[in-house]
Design a protein around this ligand. Structure first.
Ligand SMILES: Nc1ncnc2c1ncn2[C@@H]1O[C@H](COP(=O)(O)OP(=O)(O)OP(=O)(O)O)[C@@H](O)[C@H]1O
Ligand SMILES: [Mg+2]
Length: 259
């Protein structure tokens, strides 16, 4: 099981900024959760804590009952994969080599350093490339692909880790609407078919409404909404996106008029 449990988590960065304030939530195994919230709400911080890239100042993060701790980073990587807004591919390497780097978490230190991939890894890489529809691009240089294709490579690399959880931090923020649709559909399908727990940070309310089982709304480091997308009323959206110290927020009104 890969239920993510976030218990009384606060995160205070070194400069003293408190990015998360007593966050408590449980993300169920096999579910598709979208995290919404304005810039600075703490969405990326939350994902980085789940991935062990940051440690909570107080509280604990558990996945399947096991605490996410720094000394277990390698172990975490073998269970939790990340998909990024800017894809984070190695531009000069081929698509398939990028995907194979997803296997590194499963391999020995020596094997990783020498970039020794086994035949078994290659079979996995080919399989996940087929899954994202990029078999014919396997030997292209990563930077020759379109943004949508590069994000599919990012997802293939995540799948190559054979993870229990995929965390996607604004995976469609750099993509056109059609590619965004494809990527969200792919992530949703991976959740449904493979039972992988998927958590996606998004700025698009409309995509959250269509793809999520559950929406977590954040503002100022706190969870201010937690429920199914059907409950995302205009009032709820105002709570999620309201800005401190601005009384009549015209921009908020206008933005939500079309949400
Ligand atoms: N390493 C850091 N040191 C200090 N402050 C940080 C650090 N990382 C993030 N912050 C601050 O913590 C707050 C939350 O940042 P975070 O990146 O989690 O927000 P976000 O919701 O992902 O925003 P966006 O939608 O813009 O990506 C912000 O105010 C940010 O400036
Ligand atoms: Mg962010």
């Amino acid at each position: 099981m890969s239920t993510i449990s976030i218990q009384s988590v606060s995160k205070c960065y070194q400069n003293g900024f408190e990015a998360l304030k007593n966050v408590n939530t449980e993300i169920h195994s096999g579910s598709f959760t979208v995290v919404l919230g304005p810039s600075g709400a703490g969405k990326s911080t939350l994902l980085r804590l789940i991935n062990g890239l940051e440690t909570p100042t107080t509280g604990a993060v558990r996945i399947g009952g096991e605490a996410v701790e720094e000394h277990k980073l390698r172990h975490i990587r073998s269970r939790v994969a990340m998909v990024f807004q800017q894809f984070n591919l190695v531009d000069r390497l081929s698509v398939v080599t990028n995907v194979l780097t997803g296997r590194l978490a499963q391999r020995s230190w020596v094997g990783s350093v020498l970039y020794l991939f086994r035949g078994e890894d290659m079979a996995i890489a080919q399989r996940v490339l087929a899954r994202v529809g990029l078999t014919d691009k396997a030997w292209s240089r990563a930077d020759k692909l379109s943004g949508g294709q590069q994000q599919r490579v990012g997802i293939a690399r995540a799948l190559a880790q054979q993870p229990k959880v995929i965390l996607a931090d604004e995976p469609v923020a750099s993509l056109d609407p059609v590619s965004s649709e494809e990527i969200m559909t792919l992530l949703r399908e991976i959740c449904d078919r493979d039972g992988i727990t998927v958590v996606v940070n998004l700025h698009q309310v409309e995509l959250a409404k269509r793809f999520a089982d559950r929406v977590i709304g954040m503002n100022g480091g706190r969870v201010v909404f937690d429920g199914p997308p059907a409950e995302l009323s205009q009032q709820t959206l105002r709570t999620i996106y309201q800005r401190e110290g601005i009384e009549d927020d015209n921009s908020l009104d206008l933005a939500l008029a079309y949400a």
